[in-house]
Structure formats: structure tokens, C-alpha cells
Design a protein around this ligand. Structure first.
Ligand SMILES: Nc1ncnc2c1ncn2[C@@H]1O[C@H](COP(=O)(O)OP(=O)(O)OP(=O)(O)O)[C@@H](O)[C@H]1O
Length: 629
């Protein structure tokens, strides 16, 4: 085997970038390299334990999984070895030459080159194996896949290239040797290594041993340095917050702290243990369709998979941790898990529990809950759309921004604050909160003190299609259909001299319709405007404007429907126009102004103009005339 020629290969561009940062060590917590190696070694043992269930020849009689750390102070090396699954040549190239994680490209684009900002980003993304180059100037990975006769050596100094060659290795598994940098001598010290293992890896369920070869601290006899039992099997009272955090980081491949920890054992009809976490930060790939689940399924403490979408619903995809079932058969294959009734029942019960824990948190620690909502609300709201069974629960849990103030409110809060004659929950949708707050269509609602929900997550447009009402109160967009604001006015305004007469207004809207032709669906007087001269709204039976824009942007809609132009009869411009519209030849003389009014309304909606040059020309002419008058 060792006569296989040495191949030189280049790292993928992304890896090179990451390695550059590692080699120049911008990360302050260099010690995490050991956590990463132990975490990978433990995953490798889990994988083999699982594969061994269906093919025990892979285990070759050796079922005592373990991770060994061996230090050689004289050679300045530290070695981490495991008897897990190991890697063949192709695995090596795929795993230690690329970053296979989804969201990588997007993440790399965010790197600024500024060490401080990038370190924070890396803290969220994680660097895994590549972190070894923070402490080592050369690394050798010797590995043999379980069941294979051939072993391989991977070597690199972390600078652009690595080599792969055939190697001698008697046993399966992986052995990673780090030649430490001059300034990394602390990692040769026994107490330092013990402290790192206890801090980060105590929860690892396979024994981790430490041995020191030679030197003052010589201790060649490997000593177990971790607790070694699966953390979720221990009593809650025996686990510290730090231990939970470290386990969360290992199991979820996470780098932040958990925002919420959920640890319980279900007994009765079904028996299982749950240790789940809500992260603090949004994973970079949260909205990436290729995102993998980060919840690991165990059966009687044997790792089965972290790659099943059936464990928790998609709208809980930000959760991380483990679920350990007593009821599923140990030899269950990943394929058999799909639509498995036991798993489905478990998933339902766990989902219910997660929602009820979030509900509890919302009353017990509102601030903490709101942080979670701010981070994951847009994902949880997908459940309102997708999950008929949980719809009502999630609607109750959901928090919204409104025109009333800056706080988050529940729909129940909204309903309680509704005006006497108000029977509808009003909302406006837009690309972000600031834009929705600026919507001209809000004016009439604000002036009447009617609260409006400000919805700016893309998912809002979708759940609103399927939810009819909350507490018997229907939802209504303020940018679609005719407004029923007049019904809310307690004292109807008297027709004063100041108000444009209805007949005159009809003359104006008729002229406007003639000028605008099929650019508009209709032109009508508005009661939702108080300051702005005109705005666009979608027709009653048409799609809401923001939804239309979302679909158009995703190429799911060819044609944008013509809108209704609503004019504010109390606006000075409309008053003048109403008078001018009565004159003969108004269609020609008012054409430019009417087109300007229409384009303005489009700009207010954030739409692009069909002909910006013509708009600019008309505006300049109108301004020149205005100044000359
Ligand atoms: N000791 C090992 N035994 C077998 N495979 C390993 C070992 N160490 C690493 N690998 C393989 O290399 C891959 C890359 O490891 P790396 O630590 O960079 O990322 P990761 O563990 O997948 O993700 P994360 O960065 O979140 O830890 C692993 O997914 C695994 O397939």
C-alpha cells in the first residue's frame, strides 16, 4: 500500500481562505482545535457503531470505542486517534479538502478581510477540522476505513496544498498528528489538556484517554479524562449549564450558546429522552433549502442519523440536539425512518412540547422569549402556513410589530385594543418593517387611531392566504380592496365648502381614467389618505401588491395586474385638479400632471417606473411652470 504514489492536491478556494485565517491565527480560542478533533472522532465512532448494526464484519470484533490523546513533548506532537469509521482516499479528498456544508459560499462572501469582524462570523460558522492549523504548522492524518485493507496518509502545512499517499496502519480508524507551532507548547502540558477536555468534551459518550510519552510529566499509561456517559441520560441536577452548552455545540455543530434548553424523559406509551436546544444566533443557512437537520436520532444510545427530515417539522429546523428512543428497533435503517409511525408519534409529541415550552417562556421570561422570536419568528410562522394542527397554537404564540408602538404584540393584544366598531384585523405587508411603517395607505388608519399589523417576513404573505381569522376577526390588507374606514368614523364629517363635491370628483376621476387608460384598473376617491395625494391599492379580487412583487421576483408570475389609483380629495393638489378637470380639453392639459401623480404613487410602492426619463422631463416642466407662476 505504501508504494502508492504521493499525490499533491489543492484545497478548494473556500478552504484556502479559511486556512489563511487559521494559519495567521486570528481566533483567540485556539484551544478549541481539540474540541473539534474530539467531536469528529466521537462522530466517527457513532457512525461505525451504526453501520456495525447491519454489518458486524466492519467492527471486526472490536466494539470498545475510544479516543486516545497522546502527547510527545520531545517531538512537540499531539496525536488524537480513534477507532471509528475512518476514511478512504475519496473521503479524505471530500472531507479534508473542501467545506461540504451548505451555506458556505454565502458565508465566505460575508468575510470582510477585517480580522475582528471575521472572527465573529467564524464563531458562528465554525471551522471544524481546519482549526488545527491555529496551533500546528504541519498535520498528518493517517486513516483506514472500517472494512478496507488500505490505509491513507493526508499531510498538509495548511498553505494551499495537501498530499495524499498510501500508508501503513494496522487498525481501522483515524490518527491525527499535529506538529505544534513554537508558540503552542502549552498544549503539550498534561493539566492544560485535561482542563480542555473537561471544559469542552466531558459529555462525549466514548472514553477519552490521555497519555504523555516521556518528558517531566511522563505518564505513558492512558488515563480516562472524561465522564464518558451520554449527557442526556444523566439527571438534570447533575448537569451544569456549561456542560449543556458544550454538548449543544458538539451535537449541533454550533458555536454560540443555547437560548433555550429542553431536557426531559417521556415515559408511558412511548419512551424516549429529549435534549433539544434553541440556538441564540441564526444559522447562516437557515433559509437554504439544502440545510440539513441538526437533530440527532439515537436508539437506545446508539446514534442512528442526523439526516432525517421526519424528526421535527421544517418550521423547527433551527432546533439542535438529540432524541433518544427506547421503542424504535436498533437495526432500523435510515430509509425505514420515513413515515415510521413510532417516529411520527414521537415527533408530534415533541413538537407539542416545544411549542408549549415556548409558550411558558413567553409568560415566564418575556424578554428571553422575544429574543427567540426575533431570531426564529420568521421560521416559526412557516408552521402557521404548513401545519394545520398547530396553526392555532402558533397564532397565539406569534408576536407582531404594529403601528401602535415599537413593542411586539400578540394577536390577542391587538383584538383587545380594537376600536368599538372595528371588526377586522388590519395589516400591511412589505419587504421590511421600516418600509411598512412608511406606507401611505396607513395614514387614514393612523388618523383614526386604528392599529395595523406591520408584516415584513416573506412567509407572512403565505400564511395570510390560509388563515381566515383570529378569534372570529378576519384579516384584511390595507393595500388591497376598498377600505371600510368610513364605517369606523363615529361622527361623519359634514360636507363643508372645503370638501370637494362628489360630482366634481367624479369628473376628475373620469379624466384621470381616460389619461391613464389600461395603466390602472380604476381611479377612485380614498379615505385611507390624509397627507399623501394619491396611492395605489390592489383591486378587491386581485393579489396583494407585496405578494405579487415577491412572486414576480421569483419568476413565478409573468404579469403584474393593473392597480387601483386612489386619490385624496382633501389634498390641495387634488382640489386644484378637480377644478381644472371641469374645463374643456382637460384630458390633454392635465395629462402630464396626471401621469406624474400616477408615477409618484408607483414610487411610493417601491415600484420601478416604466419610463423614468419621461417622468423626469414632466417633473422638470411642472417645476419650471410652478416657479414661473
Ligand atoms: N476522526 C475522523 N474520522 C472520520 N472522519 C472524520 C474524522 N475527522 C473528520 N472527519 C470527516 O471530515 C469531515 C469534515 O470535518 P470538519 O470538522 O471540518 O467538519 P464537520 O465536523 O463536518 O462540521 P463542523 O465544522 O460543524 O464540525 C467530517 O464531516 C467527517 O466526515
Amino acid at each position: 500500500m505504501s508504494d502508492v504514489k504521493t499525490e499533491k492536491l489543492g484545497f478548494e478556494a473556500e478552504v484556502s481562505k479559511l486556512l489563511h485565517m487559521m494559519v495567521h491565527s486570528v481566533y483567540s480560542d485556539r484551544e478549541i482545535f481539540l474540541r473539534e478533533l474530539i467531536s469528529n472522532a466521537s462522530d466517527a465512532c457513532d457512525k461505525l457503531r451504526y453501520e456495525g448494526l447491519s454489518d458486524d464484519s466492519l467492527l471486526a470484533g472490536d466494539t470498545d470505542f475510544g479516543i486516545a490523546i497522546t502527547v510527545d513533548p520531545a517531538a512537540k506532537t499531539i496525536q488524537v486517534s480513534d477507532n471509528g469509521i475512518g476514511m478512504n482516499r475519496d473521503d479524505l479528498v471530500a472531507n479534508l479538502g473542501t467545506i461540504a456544508r451548505s451555506g458556505t459560499a454565502g458565508f465566505m462572501d460575508k468575510l470582510t478581510g477585517d480580522a475582528k469582524t471575521d472572527v465573529q462570523l467564524i464563531g458562528q460558522f465554525g471551522v471544524g477540522f481546519y482549526s488545527v492549523f491555529m496551533v500546528a504548522d504541519s498535520v498528518v492524518v493517517k486513516t483506514r476505513r472500517a472494512g478496507d485493507a488500505d490505509a491513507w496518509a493526508w499531510e498538509s502545512t495548511g498553505e494551499g496544498e495537501y498530499t495524499i499517499s498510501g500508508a501503513e496502519k494496522d487498525t481501522r480508524g483515524t490518527e491525527i498528528t499535529l506538529h505544534l507551532k513554537e508558540d503552542a507548547a502549552e498544549f503539550l502540558e498534561q493539566h492544560r489538556l485535561r482542563q480542555i477536555v473537561t471544559t469542552y468534551s466531558d459529555h462525549i459518550a466514548v472514553p477519552i484517554t490521555l497519555a504523555i510519552k516521556g518528558g517531566e510529566e511522563a505518564d505513558a499509561d492512558p488515563k480516562v479524562v472524561n465522564e464518558g456517559s451520554a449527557i442526556w441520560t444523566r439527571a438534570k441536577s447533575d448537569i451544569t449549564e456549561e456542560q449543556y452548552t458544550e454538548f449543544y455545540r458538539h451535537a449541533g455543530h454550533a458555536f454560540d450558546d443555547p437560548a433555550l434548553t429542553l431536557h426531559y424523559k417521556a415515559e408511558g406509551m412511548q419512551e424516549y429522552t429529549v435534549l433539544l436546544f434553541v440556538p441564540t444566533t441564526r444559522p447562516v443557512d437557515l433559509f437554504d433549502p439544502a440545510r440539513k437537520s441538526r437533530v440527532k436520532l439515537y436508539v437506545k444510545r446508539v446514534f442512528i442519523t442526523d439526516d432525517t427530515t421526519d424528526m421535527l417539522p421544517g418550521w423547527l429546523r433551527f432546533m439542535r440536539g438529540v432524541i433518544d428512543s427506547q421503542d424504535l428497533p436498533l437495526n432500523i435503517s435510515r430509509e425505514m425512518l420515513q413515515n415510521n409511525p413510532t417516529l411520527n408519534r414521537m415527533s408530534k409529541a415533541i413538537t407539542k412540547r416545544v411549542v408549549s415550552e415556548l409558550e411558558k417562556l413567553a409568560t415566564k421570561d418575556t424578554e428571553k422569549f422575544l429574543k427567540i422570536w426575533e431570531t426564529f419568528g420568521p421560521v416559526l410562522k412557516e408552521g402557521i402556513y404548513e401545519d394545520f394542527e398547530r396553526r392555532d397554537l402558533l397564532l397565539k404564540l406569534a408576536r407582531f410589530k404594529t403601528t401602535a408602538d415599537d413593542d411586539w404584540v400578540t394577536l390577542a393584544d391587538y383584538v383587545e385594543r380594537m376600536k368599538d366598531k372595528q371588526s377586522t384585523i388590519y395589516y400591511v405587508t412589505g419587504p421590511d418593517e421600516a418600509t411598512t411603517r412608511r406606507s401611505p395607505q396607513l395614514e387614514g388608519f393612523k388618523s383614526r387611531g386604528v392599529e395595523v399589523l406591520l408584516l415584513s417576513d416573506p412567509v407572512d404573505e403565505f400564511w395570510l392566504q390560509v388563515v381566515q381569522d383570529f378569534d372570529g376577526k378576519p384579516f384584511k390588507s390595507i393595500t388591497r380592496g376598498s377600505s371600510d374606514l368610513k364605517d369606523l368614523d363615529s361622527d361623519k364629517k359634514d360636507a363643508s365648502d372645503d370638501t370637494v363635491k362628489e360630482g366634481d370628483l367624479t369628473t376628475l376621476t373620469t379624466v384621470m381614467k381616460e389619461v391613464l387608460g389600461d395603466k390602472v384598473k380604476d381611479v377612485r376617491a380614498s379615505d385611507r389618505l390624509t397627507e399623501t395625494a394619491a396611492c395605489l391599492v390592489a383591486d378587491d379580487d386581485a393579489m396583494d401588491m407585496h405578494l405579487e412583487r415577491i412572486l414576480k421576483a421569483h419568476n413565478q408570475l409573468d404579469q403584474i395586474a393593473a392597480k387601483v389609483l386612489e386619490v385624496n380629495p382633501d389634498h390641495p393638489l387634488m382640489k386644484v385638479l378637480t377644478e381644472k378637470a371641469k374645463e374643456t380639453g382637460a384630458v390633454q392639459s392635465l395629462e402630464d400632471i396626471i401621469l406624474l401623480v400616477f408615477d409618484q404613487a408607483k414610487i411610493l410602492e417601491g415600484e420601478t417606473l416604466d419610463d423614468p426619463t419621461a417622468f423626469a422631463k414632466r417633473l422638470s416642466t411642472a417645476m419650471a411652470k410652478g416657479l414661473a407662476a
